[in-house]
Write a protein that binds this ligand. Structure first.
Ligand SMILES: [Zn+2]
Length: 357
């Protein structure tokens, strides 16, 4: 009998531990870091002997090392060494992990002495140059067997083929753009890299991820100086640090609340309307619950060519936090709280500093 009690107790502890660890797991912010190319696909290379796949991997590993120091972040790599991973495989790793963010890191190449950094979100290429960058990154599918089957007629060489790609990422465009902006700003202002801009183009790997996603072209390995910089210890450290800091800033913005105000004891802010932004899209949807996974009290706003969709509307900060959890539970994993004062969007931090009665 005593043995039975002992075993029951042991079983109970095991169950409790499993439950706790799985809970801790799910509450982490999951980031997938994607080092472009690898193995039989070297990516771009230069006459100075540089390979895109090597530089991309070194930068990714450095970004990951810093992110791993955060207890509330889980980092997943599509590759940690020199192996070939299909574009499908990369997107699938991110989707299976139900990641909150996908960051793909690459290097550029050109037959001129072009240089500079650019960060992409998925979209229609605004011009031929953008199309060519995406085309080069997409061409890796030709290295895969049976690519005609797996990529459903997608042809990297056809601009029309890319148009159909953009729809799925639309919901995340707002957030992807936010992160891309932070990354690009760090490159330009902190590192004084040449700004080639925040751009849109049809990258297959971005199209197939179901989360905010960006693709970074860190610089041109075909430019003598930039190639040398990107391949140096200093260059890799600086570029990875800029990306790391941008990700952390993005993540803290999603939470919307700084530590100092998180524990504020007042909850109602009469001048403020808190809402949960669940989606942003070019499509105008009716604000009916069947369009939003059963959520009611949906509102819509048209800003800069995008429709933003919100769940809830309250001055009670505690209530909006509950609604955010609910929206996450329904599958809006990357939803976040926004604050409006007199109809104008302000930061949540700012909102929480307003006086309450
Ligand atoms: Zn690449």
């Amino acid at each position: 009998m005593q043995t039975f009690i002992k075993y029951s107790l042991l079983l109970f502890i095991v169950i409790l531990t499993c439950f706790e660890s799985s809970y801790a797991q799910s509450s982490k912010f999951v980031i997938v870091l994607d080092a472009g190319h690898g193995g039989k696909d070297p990516g771009k290379h230069s006459k100075y002997g540089l390979n895109e796949k090597d530089i991309a991997l070194d930068i990714v590993l450095k970004v990951g090392k810093e992110l791993e120091k955060h207890q509330d972040i889980k980092v997943i790599y599509t590759r940690k060494n020199d192996v070939f991973v299909t574009l499908r495989g990369r997107a699938s790793i991110a989707n299976k992990a139900d990641a909150d963010l996908f960051v793909s890191i690459h290097c550029n190449a050109h037959n001129t002495s072009a240089y500079g950094a650019e960060t992409y979100v998925l979209g229609l290429h605004a011009n031929e140059a953008n199309f060519n960058v995406a085309k080069k990154e997409n061409e890796v599918i030709f290295l895969e067997e049976d690519y005609e089957i797996h990529y459903e007629g997608f042809d990297p060489n056809s601009p029309e083929s890319l148009i159909g790609l953009t729809l799925l990422q639309e919901d995340y465009l707002d957030q992807s753009t936010q992160l891309a902006r932070y990354i690009q700003d760090n490159f330009i202002y902190n590192l004084k890299r040449k700004d080639r801009g925040l751009k849109q183009a049809g990258f297959w790997v971005l199209h197939n991820t179901y989360m905010p996603s960006v693709l970074i072209e860190t610089g041109f390995i075909t430019n003598k100086n930039e190639g040398k910089y990107l391949n140096s210890k200093k260059g890799k450290s600086e570029m990875s640090d800029a990306i790391y800091k941008a990700i952390v800033k993005y993540k803290s913005g999603l939470n919307g609340v700084s530590e100092s105000v998180k524990n504020a004891d007042k909850n109602v802010y009469p001048e403020i309307n808190f809402k949960v932004q669940i989606a942003a899209s070019k499509r105008r949807l009716e604000t009916k619950s069947f369009n939003f996974k059963g959520l009611k009290d949906i509102s819509r706003e048209h800003v800069n060519g995008l429709y933003k969709y919100y769940y809830g509307n309250t001055s009670d900060f505690n209530k909006i936090k509950t609604l955010k959890q609910e929206a996450k539970f329904k599958g809006y994993h990357t939803c976040f709280i926004v604050a409006l004062k007199n109809g104008e969007r302000i930061s949540v931090d700012e909102a929480l500093k307003t006086t309450s009665n």
